[in-house]
Design a protein around this ligand. Structure first.
Ligand code: NAI
Ligand code: MG
Length: 356
């Protein structure tokens, strides 16, 4: 088999971590055989924006359409407003390619110490499914009366039957197929947000009826955030709207070792379009160019990519190599208390793969 992968390293540390992820992909495909990988690299980024006044060429999405997967580092850099970089590249990809599922595992890997006292890898093993194309990130609204005392901004949220049902079904399906607790937790805020969130809750009840062997609970996002810290072991599959899922997963990353190791996958479940794999973290301007970004989040993404492509053995081999390196604690970047560089960690994970 041959898979085509579009590389979008983007800005800042995105460039460094994607380089290491590609190395790991090459290593695992050479070792396990059975598949080869073809890459095409695109320099679409804030630097590209500075030269061309846009984040990608007009036919950018057209060029990406026929790849099997997209592998992205991060976009966003001082000098270009974050909403420009996000709406100029990342969000159009997620939307155009109907990547309506954003999978974000919150899983404590072996060798990582959680900041939550006494929590083990068994306690911290859940997955957040974030709705990825509608909800609070709607692009509907506007600024009015600027420069006057009535200056104001309005942003509408959009929740549709189609959008809500498909993300909830994905969550219940996942829980039914792989869940340890056969329980789905849905994030809400239907006390304060009184149109969209009661709508969301109603569909949670409705879709749950299609899955008699799975239970569900609906928890307010503020309380849910607190429970992620106080009793994370009670969760299994968590489903949330676009904004709530975004916030919850940075918190999720923090309880399992930080942004340096948190992966995410933007999935088009129907496989009509490519899915996109990217670390949760951004371009980290504070450490960009220093060669010390942790590549593990981006490397974990390559495992999620191979899993989605159907290369289960290679996907697992990458996770084993990552956990070996984390448990040894010899070669780690500074965010995990080590002194090694991005490249050293990437090389070491490749070495573990070769020796496995
Ligand atoms: P960030 O994730 O880039 O950085 C937050 C903190 O975590 C920083 O202190 C950074 O050094 C650290 N960090 C992040 N990744 C790390 C890694 N791999 N290894 C070690 N330390 C790491 O978030 P921030 O600072 O809010 O955003 C910076 C830029 O990135 C902004 O322009 C933002 O819009 C963009 N961004 C892009 C995303 C994407 O392309 N998907 C996601 C999040 C932010
Ligand atoms: Mg985020």
């Amino acid at each position: 088999k041959n898979y085509s992968i579009a590389l979008l390293p983007g800005d800042g540390i995105g460039v460094d971590v994607v380089r290491e992820g590609k190395k790991v992909l090459d290593t695992v495909s050479a070792l396990h055989g059975g598949f080869t990988l073809n890459y095409e690299e695109y320099d679409w980024s804030c630097e590209y924006y500075a030269k061309h006044g846009k984040m990608m060429p007009d036919d950018g999405l057209e060029r990406l359409r026929n790849f099997d997967s997209i592998y992205l580092g991060a976009v966003g850099y001082p000098g270009v407003p974050d909403h420009v970089s996000l709406w100029g590249l990342l969000l159009p990809i997620r939307r155009q390619f109907e990547q309506y599922i954003n999978l974000r595992p919150v899983k404590l890997l072996k060798g990582i110490q959680s900041p939550l006292a006494g929590k083990t890898p068994e306690d911290l093993d859940l997955i957040v499914i974030r709705e990825n194309v509608e909800g609070e990130y709607s692009n509907i609204g506007g600024r009015m009366y600027e420069g006057t005392d009535m200056d104001m901004a309005i942003q509408n949220s959009v929740f549709t039957k189609k959008g809500v049902e498909r993300v909830l079904r994905y969550a219940f399906d996942l829980s039914q197929a792989k869940g340890k607790k056969k329980h789905v937790t849905a994030a809400t805020k239907s006390n304060g947000i009184n149109h969209t969130m009661p709508f969301w809750d109603e569909y949670v009840h409705k879709i749950n009826k299609e899955y008699p062997d799975v239970t569900s609970s609906i928890v307010h996002i503020d309380a849910l955030a607190a429970f992620f810290v106080s009793k994370p072991e009670t969760f299994d599959v968590v489903v949330a709207s676009n904004l709530f899922g975004d916030i919850l997963t940075d918190l999720g990353a923090a309880i399992v070792g930080g942004l340096g190791i948190a992966p995410s996958a933007n999935i088009n479940p129907e496989k009509r379009y490519p899915s996109m794999f990217e670390p949760v973290h951004g371009s980290a301007p504070d450490i960009a160019g220093k060669g010390i970004a942790n590549p593990i989040a981006a490397i974990w993404c390559t495992s999620m990519m191979l899993e989605q492509l159907g290369e289960q053995d290679s996907a697992e081999a990458i996770m084993t190599a990552i956990e070996d390196v984390l448990q040894e604690k010899e070669i780690l970047t500074p965010d995990l208390g080590g002194k090694s560089t991005t490249e050293e960690v990437g090389d070491y994970i490749c070495k573990k793969l070769k020796n496995s």
